[in-house]
Design a protein around this ligand. Structure first.
Ligand SMILES: [Zn+2]
Length: 505
């Protein structure tokens, strides 16, 4: 088990050599299953009272239990169990009456116990599903099982003056509670795998089961990938690809691995069941070790931990405390606010964004207008500023106030966007900005007419073109009047007045 293997001839196929034509690729289909590890959002570790806080001094969160010292006794964190039950319910996975922790034995320097505590033959829940949406096509992906386990520590091979000679170990992660969610091999393309991981992440964030922070390692993904000729019933030889810890890596690594496998088969080779590692630097997967099998780990029930039995009462309690899930929220937004499915999808991407939108509507903003402003103006400014919606400098009520002013015609939509930009940058309120910058909409017809006549006089050449039948010049005149008024003239009045003035003989 876990031997690092030498490269075989098959594995040495260079990325360029494995390039296969698109016609050949089209004859095959990929079969993908994902194993996702998510860190449960608890304050303390799975079996001891040590803090799970990220980023503290190395080895500051350790005790005899998580260091696996002789005689130390683990006790299951109840909050972790409840979060795992919550995840199971959100994924329609059947909670088992009885589950049990086992010891998964292997040696690694960052695993001081010499085994990982993980549910094996009796997982917490089984046979769930998650619905994904790829380009409007909905598909249900089966979830084989969801089980609890603890994490290992972290080996630090880089970043120290003597890193060429020594590796360092930080045990802070050791014993942090995780759930592993294993999907059925129901995914057929990198795009489906991407959608699955994205939807799963959204569900875990909504339920606050995990913060899913990929940079901090709270969400990790491995993939089982095989290929077969389209129409074939039997699965091909499966390869596990590890280290797919960003959405970009997941898509790239799957694309690479699918093409590599097809290349091997097309050149008459055979694939070996193995574990490969996605190498970010080279953009390729590399052999890591021959695939280990369950019996390599010598699993046996952990004698220090009682079996877990989840009562109906606890399940009901957890269920009743669960928030509205993303798909239910989308359905409600469509029904209650009459917005487009696209906007509903954008606005429910996170609970915080959905809450912001609803707060704006509650404060009096018209729903469709608010949906548009939040999903376009607000998200663009947040992205440019590198900010999360929770750090948004414009409170939802202030946005509602601005939109009401646009709605009532106090300012034009174009001015509204300028005012919004200032609100975002300064935190000032719409009313104050409009007053101090004199941005109120110009609705005085005589003022607009004066300006219109002035513009026509200054643009005699264009006026002649218009008179000769070039209707396109009309837009130019509108643009000139709007520019003259810094976008503050009522656009409809500008249109009407220009038409009238131009119509005079
Ligand atoms: Zn501890």
């Amino acid at each position: 088990m876990l031997y690092f293997v030498a490269e075989t001839a098959m594995n040495r196929i260079a990325p360029e050599a494995s390039r296969v034509s698109s016609e050949v690729l089209a004859r095959y289909e990929a079969v993908i299953g994902l194993e996702v590890h998510a860190q449960l959002q608890t304050r303390t570790k799975a079996f001891c009272g040590c803090s799970t806080h990220f980023g503290d001094a190395p080895n500051s969160h350790t005790c005899p239990v998580c260091l696996g010292l002789p005689g130390a006794l683990p006790v299951l964190n109840q909050k972790a169990l409840r979060l795992a039950i919550c995840a199971s319910l959100a994924l329609h996975s059947n909670i088992q009456k009885r589950s049990r922790f086992a010891r998964k034995n292997y040696f690694y320097p960052d695993l001081p116990k010499g085994y990982q505590i993980s549910m094996y033959e009796l997982p917490l829940s089984m046979a769930g599903w998650l619905e994904i949406d790829v380009d409007g096509q909905k598909k249900r992906i089966g979830i084989t099982r969801l089980h609890m386990e603890d994490d290992a520590g972290k080996s630090l091979h880089e970043g120290f003056a003597d890193s060429d000679r020594w590796s360092y170990i930080d045990f802070n992660r050791c014993g942090v509670p995780l759930i592993e969610i294993v999907s059925e091999p129901d995914l057929r393309s990198p795009a489906e795998a991407y959608a699955y991981l994205n939807t799963l992440k959204q569900v875990l964030e909504y339920t606050e089961v995990s913060d899913c922070n990929m940079e901090e390692g709270s969400l990790r993904c491995d993939a089982n990938v095989s290929v077969r000729l389209r129409g074939a019933v039997k699965f091909g030889t499966k390869v596990e690809v590890k280290n797919l810890n960003s959405f970009r890596y997941l898509a790239h690594a799957l694309e690479y691995e699918i093409e590599r496998q097809i290349g091997v088969l097309e050149s008459g080779g055979t694939l070996t069941q193995e574990t490969r590692l996605w190498n970010v630097a080279t953009g390729s997967t590399e052999p890591m070790r021959s695939k280990e099998f369950a019996h390599d780990y010598r699993y046996f029930p952990d004698p220090d931990l009682l079996p877990v039995s989840v009562s109906e009462v606890v399940v009901r309690e957890v269920r009743s405390s669960m928030p509205e899930l993303p798909d239910a929220k989308v359905a409600r937004f469509l029904r209650d606010y009459g917005i487009t499915p696209y906007d509903a999808g954008v606005l429910t991407a996170t609970r915080a964004l959905a809450d912001y939108f609803e707060a704006a509507v509650r404060a009096g903003a018209p729903a469709k207008t608010a949906a548009n402003w939040v999903s376009v103006e607000l998200l663009r400014r947040l992205k440019d500023a590198g900010k999360d919606i929770r750090e948004c400098p414009v409170p939802a009520a202030s946005l509602a106030e601005l939109l009401a002013k646009v709605e009532r015609g106090e300012i034009t939509a174009a001015t509204g966007k300028k005012v919004f930009a200032t609100m975002f940058d300064t935190g000032k309120r719409a009313g104050d900005i409009i007053a101090s910058e004199g941005l109120t909409q110009i609705t005085d017809p005589s003022a607009i007419e004066r300006m219109a006549r002035d513009i026509l006089r200054k643009n005699a050449e264009n006026l002649a073109k218009y008179r000769a039948g070039n209707e396109g010049v009309f837009k130019f005149f509108v643009g000139q009047v709007m520019r003259e008024t810094r976008g503050q003239a009522n656009p409809q009045m500008v249109h009407e007045i220009l038409k009238r003035v131009l119509g005079e003989k």
